[in-house]
Ligand binder design. Structure first.
Ligand code: ADP
Ligand code: MG
Length: 339
């Protein structure tokens, strides 16, 4: 008899979960992306113990019916793409159909959802990947997903989690990028029954920066607006004189997807040099828009890293866009000083 067998689906999900779900912040990221894809206008994130014990995301998006609620936790279950080509044109943040399968395989999860136009919703409980029958429940339109006891069935992962304070910090950090990237959505973060911050969802980036980083930073924003060669760069930076000890005041979006890309990030930071001291980091919130065919969001399971066809070129445009704004600012402040 051969030695090879196919892994049980649940075991496969638990192994795959390791790629998508690393800590509460990655759960928050996936659930918030789903809420944004569902066109939510309000997204409330609630935590206990930094999300290690309890993490809930409630949205008022389009919701799911009973059938979808059962399907959505299956691996490769997605409503977002059908063919590989859809990825290039895709405007949704999700497409892999993996997040809910992964999260539900490594936690105790409760989901409740009520689709548009329905008088009531359904809720379902899934423990370590095993679902119970959905039950009707009273709720308004939208979806609530509660994730409790993350990694209760994967001791090695559980041990690798940091303190509740550190995990809370990571969740906050992640949410800030989305709150800035989607200023038309009202975000609220509650931890241990205290509201830590919320944004108004009025669609103004400067107002969102004010709510998240305070008045001094917000009053110092310079607008960036550059386009050329089919690429546009928009957003805000603060002058080089305003900097901080972490990169928390930096967000970069490509086609509205929040990304971490050190080539692009370095290009932006380069534009501030030599006026930012060592180990201090400038503030910037920048949106790059390129043709969808240039971007492959499928470079990494968390989708935070994207593959860009003309990365160096786009880095150059970012550098130019930011340099122009900073130069204009310093010459106008020099004028003010001289006059
Ligand atoms: P993906 O986002 O890649 O499609 P997920 O596992 O994150 O995969 O979600 C699976 C499916 O469940 C989604 O395609 C969507 O149809 C549905 N879904 C998940 N979260 C929500 C939500 N908050 N509101 C409405 N539908 C949702
Ligand atoms: Mg998703």
């Amino acid at each position: 008899m051969g030695r090879i067998h196919i892994l049980d689906a649940l075991v496969a999900d638990q192994i795959a979960a390791g790629e998508v779900v690393e800590r509460p912040a990655s759960v928050a990221k996936e659930l918030v992306e789903n809420a944004l894809d569902a066109e939510a206008q309000h997204i409330d994130v609630t935590l206990a113990e930094g999300g290690r014990q309890f993490l809930a995301v409630r949205d008022d998006g389009h919701g799911m019916d009973r059938e979808d609620l059962v399907l959505c936790v299956k691996r490769h279950a997605t409503s977002k793409i059908e063919r590989l080509e859809d990825l290039a044109q895709g405007t949704t943040l999700g497409f892999r159909g993996e997040a809910l399968a992964a999260i539900s395989a490594v936690s105790r999860m409760r989901m409740a959802s009520c689709p548009r136009g329905s008088a009531y919703g359904y809720q379902v409980q899934i423990t370590g990947g095993i679902p119970l029958e959905p039950q009707p429940c009273a709720m308004d339109q939208g979806t609530e997903i509660v994730v409790e006891d993350l990694f209760f069935n994967i001791p090695a992962r559980l041990k690798a989690l940091k303190s509740p304070t550190a995990e809370l910090g990571a969740v906050q950090n992640t949410l800030q990028h989305y709150a800035i990237g989607y200023p038309e959505v009202a975000f609220k973060l509650t931890s241990e029954q205290t509201v830590l911050w919320q944004t108004s969802g009025q669609g103004r980036i400067d107002e969102t920066v004010l709510q998240l980083f305070g008045r001094e930073v917000a009053s110092d924003m310079l607008e960036v607006s550059w386009s050329g060669h089919g690429v546009t760069v928009t957003g805000f930076v603060c002058p080089a004189g305003r900097h901080r000890g972490t990169r928390q005041g930096q967000s970069l979006f490509i086609n509205r997807r929040w990304v971490t890309n050190w080539v692009l990030r370095n290009a932006v930071e380069e534009a501030f040099r030599p006026n930012v001291p060592d180990r201090r980091y400038p503030y910037f919130w920048l949106w790059v828009t390129v043709d969808g065919a240039e971007v492959d969001p499928n470079a990494h399971p968390t989708k935070a890293e994207v593959r860009l066809d003309h990365e160096r070129m786009i880095a150059g445009y970012l550098y130019r866009a930011v340099t122009e704004v900073l130069t204009r600012y310093s010459s106008s402040s020099a004028l003010r000083v001289n006059s």
